[in-house]
Design a protein around this ligand. Sequence first.
Ligand code: PAF
Length: 287
Amino acid sequence: MSELKIFTTVAETVAYAKEQKAAGRTIGLCPTMGALHEGHMTLMRAARSACDVVIASVFVNPVQFGPNEDYDKYPRQFDADCEKLAAEGVDAVFHPSPEEMYPAGYGTYITVENGITDVLCGARRPGHFRGVATVVTKLMNITRADKAFFGQKDAQQVAVVRRFVADLNLPVEVCMVPICREASGLARSSRNSYMSAEEKQAAVVLSRSLKAAKAAYEAGERDAEALKRITREELATEPLAKVDYVDLYTYPALQETTTVTEQSLLAIAVFIGKTRLIDNIILGEQA
Ligand code: PAF
């Protein structure tokens, strides 16, 4: 196994990517903000099995955080991240500074304006997807990626990325990897580290509520309001849980629907104490 290469500049990453392309190798990009956990490793493995070269990025992107969000306290543990990436056989990691990505005079941002960023997390976190779309576009260009890997936990993010990749004719295949859960059902997230043991226990209610809705769907329930109500009722059983949203939209178009007749996303955002967690399930067949 070759050693993990660590790049901090755009120039050295571009040079490496061009070299790989010249040798006829395909490149898989796994964009992350670090604090890597098993969920990220499922992205690395998917990339490893689909591409000749795997490049991970570790960058806490300031542009996707709102003024009162957790940019400063977001966990940063680059050395531990590198150990995990090396153990997974990742070829290179791009770990730029904010100044490297957004130098003085920087002035270009990507916004998706067809409505899909106006719902769910986009409605609660103004500017978030503008920041995501901008940094992901830059990362795809810098790494010359053929495929890019994202987790389903951020299903809206995947829909947004697929939209701008198609709209801007970027030569990248966007691959969605299933949600990785702890044995308890809790979706793995770097933000889980903010929670106490008691809060982590309480947070299991998120996956439990989605499971209840899925069981109802599988028993024949197709009414969107009923599926949302079942989800909310289960969430209400946990006193530490404060619901931010429980919503159901078609997926990936994220259009409102009263009945689940095509592939749809049941998505939730819930505060457990001060920690905001998201989770989702995809119901139904692709249209
Ligand atoms: O999902 C994330 O961790 C981030 O939004 C991403 C895709 C790495 C962009 O900063």
